[in-house]
Ligand binder design. Structure first.
Ligand code: HEM
Ligand code: HEM
Ligand code: HEM
Ligand code: HEM
Ligand code: HEM
Ligand code: CA
Length: 478
């Protein structure tokens, strides 16, 4: 960088930022904060799709009858959050603003257009209707306005459901949160378990509407058992399992809840300490906004506090991952068998009364497994808690199978063996998913309505093309 350029940059930095409230266009913020912006945009470098269903086809059986059995990948950079939400087979192939399987709530953790829209139309209206309703409004991936106040640049929680959930849980009221707490809470807006709570409200025309409001089930606490109890008390289920007919729960990435139980959470670290380490450039120090794997920069993260070599730390983390994977794979093997054996019992004429206790074990076992693995960093953030919960999952799943064995024996099938499947494709066929059709429809949507949405965003002046520069279509199915 020449001295002249440096001066120009310095002037921009010293200028009083003139950023619109909740401006979803990160490059507008970037004019005043080039280092944070440049590092933020680097999240594009984490662009690989890792197909988790391919790695463990049991998951297709575990989620039969639910969107996750169609498509589920490991997370990649924040640059791709909006893109992946639009492209996943889970959001289906809407043809207009009213069609498609998902509610508007699916946009909630993908874009700074969400707090902008909530500010404009209110939470209830935002959470009402089909996902496709806001295709032309939500056009920028996660950005500055998700986490910062435009006037002060202070960290800002823009999702009120997090504030409500913290207050309901009670151990850290939102109004007591310190700056260090906020360095985790901005992440906890999204890296948390949630469900969609049906909520009645009356619109301007006096019409009764039902919003599906993102809600964090924290009233009884953060542990797997606390949330399980919360859902049981409310008789809540996300879907009914297609094979076993179990009223199921889906755990989505309880990252914050598990993190706080681990050595780092207990010692007061925040997510940003490892995922956004300070970097020095000449005389300037700033937070690296390339949120990604801390292992890319062990020297500026772990080795700030620990002694050792990069190699040692990598090996330690690998070993933790192996331990988790061993138990997780065991859990999915047993749970998948339990679903298939339950299906067989129904087939042979088992009654609801016969099945009730076994299905409750399946529900609880699968919930616990999912809670332990759905936040992909938890094996490191909270290794003891994760292994404990996986132990519980395996126990519950075995309990279910014991009960099912007795039922099957009473119905005359003592030697039933669940069908085998060797790949994601075979498992998808087994659970009756018409994958070719789903992919075909999705491709039509991707080439059609999806493109129109960004045009609409352009016309409204809310779309930031920098946030899609160089974007290539990457999915598990193309
Ligand atoms: C992905 C951490 C804030 C939503 C990720 C990844 C990490 C991470 C490490 C995986 C990146 C990769 O594999 O390259 C954090 C931290 C945060 C934070 C430490 C706070 C400083 C947020 C916020 C949201 C969010 C505020 C929602 C507005 C997501 C989503 C993905 C993701 C949706 C997956 C993107 C995809 O695969 O398409 N996050 N995050 N995160 N994060 Fe965050
Ligand atoms: C990741 C879709 C709702 C937070 C993802 C990904 C997709 C996606 C496609 C990338 C990885 C994958 O293939 O699974 C959806 C859909 C939603 C939804 C269709 C509506 C049912 C939400 C909500 C939140 C959220 C409400 C925040 C409370 C996240 C986070 C990740 C993620 C934190 C990264 C998770 C990880 O570490 O693996 N989502 N999302 N999502 N989403 Fe969502
Ligand atoms: C810190 C700008 C996006 C979370 C900062 C600072 C600035 C800034 C000026 C203070 C100086 C520093 O520590 O570097 C921006 C800009 C963004 C952006 C221009 C968009 C391009 C985000 C996003 C998140 C986030 C999306 C959350 C996922 C943080 C955190 C800190 C920080 C946790 C450290 C705060 C502290 O400890 O004081 N950012 N930011 N930022 N930002 Fe951002
Ligand atoms: C504990 C690894 C970053 C402070 C631990 C433990 C491991 C570890 C393996 C033992 C507990 C467990 O197994 O969960 C790492 C890695 C890091 C990292 C791989 C980088 C990604 C940091 C940073 C700090 C820190 C940046 C300080 C700001 C601590 C503290 C403990 C701990 C205070 C608890 C020590 C004790 O209970 O004796 N870390 N750490 N770590 N770490 Fe880290
Ligand atoms: C992995 C988020 C706190 C160190 C991850 C991942 C996410 C995440 C989403 C998975 C990334 C992926 O699989 O692509 C968060 C959030 C935190 C937090 C939301 C706060 C609640 C921390 C802290 C440390 C840390 C404080 C360091 C002490 C790591 C490491 C990995 C990881 C070492 C594994 C990276 C790898 O396998 O490459 N985190 N994290 N995280 N996180 Fe965190
Ligand atoms: Ca859930």
């Amino acid at each position: 960088v020449s001295i002249k350029e440096n001066k120009a940059e310095q002037q921009a930095i010293n200028a009083v930022p003139d950023i619109k409230k909740l401006d979803p266009r990160s490059s507008e913020w970037g004019k005043y904060f080039p280092r944070q912006y440049d590092s933020y945009i680097q999240t594009r470098k984490s662009d690989e799709i890792k197909d988790i269903l391919k790695d463990d086809p049991n998951l297709v059986v575990l989620w039969a009858g639910y969107g996750f059995s169609k498509d589920y990948n490991a997370p990649r950079g924040h640059f791709y959050a909006l893109e992946d939400n639009i492209n996943t087979l889970r959001t289906g192939a809407p043809v207009d603003e009213k069609t498609g399987p998902m509610p508007t709530a699916c946009w909630t953790c993908k874009s700074p257009d969400v707090p902008r829209l909530i500010d404009e139309i209110g939470e209830h209206d935002y959470f009402t209707g089909a996902w496709a309703r806001f295709g032309g409004e939500i056009v920028n991936s996660i950005g500055c306005a998700d986490c910062h106040n435009n006037e002060t640049m202070q960290l800002n929680v823009t999702r009120d459901y997090l504030k409500r959930a913290l207050d309901a849980e009670g151990s850290l009221k939102f109004s007591d949160a310190t700056h260090q707490d906020l360095r985790s809470l901005v992440c906890a807006q999204c890296h948390v378990e949630y469900y969609f709570k049906p909520t009645k409200w009356t619109d301007e025309n006096g019409q009764e509407q039902t919003a599906k409001v993102v809600t964090l089930p924290w009233n009884n606490g953060f542990a797997a058992e606390d949330m399980e109890e919360y859902y049981d008390e409310r008789d809540f289920s996300d879907w009914t399992h297609k094979l076993s007919k179990t009223p199921m729960l889906k755990a989505q990435h309880p990252g914050y809840e598990t993190f706080i139980t681990g050595a780092h959470g207990q010692n007061g670290l925040a997510c940003a300490d490892c995922h956004m380490p300070y970097v020095r450039e000449g005389g300037v120090k700033y937070s690296n906004h390339k949120v990604g794997s801390p292992l890319d920069d062990i020297a500026n993260t772990c080795l700030n506090c620990h002694q050792g070599t990069e190699k040692e730390f990598k090996a330690k983390i690998d070993r933790k991952l192996e331990r988790k994977n061993e138990l997780a794979r065991e859990a999915t093997d047993i749970l998948a068998k339990a679903h298939l054996e339950a299906a067989r019992a129904w087939e042979l004429g088992a009654t609801e009364e016969d099945m009730k206790a076994a299905l409750q074990d399946i529900r609880h076992g699968q919930w616990r497994w999912d809670y332990a693995v759905a936040a992909h960093g938890a094996f490191f953030h909270a290794p003891e808690e994760i292994l404990r919960v996986l132990g519980g999952a395996i126990n519950k799943a075995h309990d279910a199978r014991l009960k099912l064995r007795v039922i099957l024996a009473e119905l005359g099938d003592t030697n039933y063996e669940a069908p085998a499947y060797a790949s994601k494709e075979e498992a998808q066929e087994l659970v009756g998913l018409p994958m070719d059709e789903l992919v075909e429809e999705k491709k039509e949507f991707i080439n059609g309505l999806k493109q129109e949405w960004f045009e609409m965003g352009k016309e409204k002046g809310i779309y930031d093309p920098k946030l899609r520069e160089g974007m290539k279509l990457k999915t598990s199915f193309n």
